[in-house]
Design a protein around this ligand. Structure first.
Ligand code: UDP
Length: 324
């Protein structure tokens, strides 16, 4: 009998990569998404497989899955500042109510549940790099609050189910990640820069570009998540690439890689934009024997190939239709 895994947010960037990995590992994958920010194109190739099924469902509402479940991976959530500014209530609900529903499902099915938390739980950090023991510096009522606080609540709820109900839980704190199947118009730095470069527009760096991020290639991230799920460790684990870079340098790398004539221009820094971010991955190394392998030059090349392979009109589609 194949092990059965439920993946929420399955049509999104990370969810679709998880579907692929778990199918390759011989699992039966039950994919779920409400398609607000996800895209069926990301998982279309799996529909022909007997070991894959898809539910069009919003996990903020009661979740029912027939049959047994061994694992649940909760990856449903808008995950870019632009998205959660446009759909703040859904962002809050999927992280809080959605997590509660799925923890209830995990308890009922006796399944192990892994939640996708985030480096945003550290807010604009005054400890650098960020270890899991740092409690963070988050503005609850700022524009990022809807995401950050939902994710912090999600961690609290998950630990409570672990402690009080004995549910087996895993918490991954995901740092900035990039790669194929990222949405070109999600407003994040990399798709924004690549899209601008390919359209021949100015590259918009926010602030003076001195803020830092540390970008992890998606294959490395998926490997870390897979190991964490199968580990016996219930405390949060940072997964990310500690190779830190300023956003200005990052934009320059995209200019060089794409060979564009676009020039870099500077715009206002969004409110509460973290000044620096780099994961301390000591815990992941010790507990999971994991560290990232893919260099940014290699990862960026693969990501650019993906963006170039998209239909041309995709490049000019700037807005998402978020529906109701
Ligand atoms: N950023 C930028 N130009 C853009 C989009 C983003 O300079 O067109 C900056 C953004 O202000 C932030 C960094 O790039 O400092 C990373 O942004 P992203 O949205 O990718 O992730 P997050 O801020 O959540 O880490």
């Amino acid at each position: 009998m194949k092990k059965r895994v439920l993946i929420t947010g399955a049509a999104g960037f990370l969810g679709s990569h998880l579907c692929e990995r778990f199918l390759k590992e011989g699992f039966h994958v039950i994919a779920m998404d409400n398609l607000i920010t996800g895209n069926l194109r990301n998982i279309e190739e799996f529909f022909k497989l007997e070991s894959f099924e898809f539910y069009h469902h919003d996990v903020s509402k009661f979740v029912h899955v027939p049959g047994e479940l061994d694992y649940i991976l909760h990856f449903a959530s808008p995950a870019s500042p632009i998205d959660y500014l446009k759909i703040p209530i859904q962002t809050l609900k999927v992280g809080s109510l959605g997590t509660h529903n799925l923890l209830g499902l995990a308890k009922a099915k006796n399944a192990r549940m892994l939640i996708a938390s985030t480096s945003e739980v550290y807010g604009d950090p005054d400890v650098h790099p960020q270890p899991e023991t740092y409690w963070g510096n988050v503005n609850p009522i700022g524009p990022r609050g809807v995401y950050d606080e939902a994710k912090r609540f999600q961690e609290a709820m998950t630990m409570a189910y672990h402690t009080y109900h004995g549910v087996e839980t895993r918490i991954v704190r995901i740092f900035n990640t990039y790669g194929p199947k990222m949405r070109l118009n999600d407003g994040r730095a990399l798709p924004a820069f690549v899209g601008q470069a390919l359209r021949g527009e100015d590259i918009t760096v926010f602030g003076d570009g001195s803020q830092t991020r540390s970008f992890c290639f998606v294959d490395d991230l998926i490997e870390g998540i897979y190991r964490l799920l199968l580990s016996e460790y219930a405390q949060p684990v940072n997964i990310g690439n500690p190779d830190e870079i300023t956003i200005k340098e990052f934009a320059e790398e995209v200019v060089k890689l794409t060979g564009t004539n676009s020039k870099v221009i500077y715009k206002d820094l969004p409110v509460d934009d973290p000044k620096q971010r780099r994961p301390d991955i000591t815990r992941a190394k010790e507990i999971l024997g994991w560290e990232p392998k893919v260099k940014r030059s290699e990862g960026l090349k693969k990501t650019l190939e993906y963006f170039k392979s998209l239909p041309q009109d995709e490049l000019f589609k700037k807005e998402l239709n978020f529906g109701s």
